[in-house]
Design a binder for this molecule. Structure first.
Ligand SMILES: [Zn+2]
Length: 62
């Protein structure tokens, strides 16, 4: 029933995979709104320890 109409050719499949890592890199990092460092989205910032406006942990090198 809900199936792709055509098999994806080796070429098309490999074209998709060639850009997969670039897509990851583009979506993986956001700017921390506390210190401005790059961090993973929905994670505590590793450089200042803040998440959602609150200090979750004190970074060692503070
Ligand atoms: Zn931060």
């Amino acid at each position: 029933m809900a199936n792709p109409k055509r098999k994806i050719s080796r070429s098309k499949r490999d074209m998709r995979r060639a850009n997969w890592f670039d897509d990851m890199k583009a979506t993986q990092l956001v700017k921390c709104d506390h210190c401005g460092e790059q961090k993973m989205p929905h994670r505590v910032c590793p450089s200042c320890g803040y998440y959602n406006g609150k200090s979750v942990f004190i970074p060692k090198n503070a």
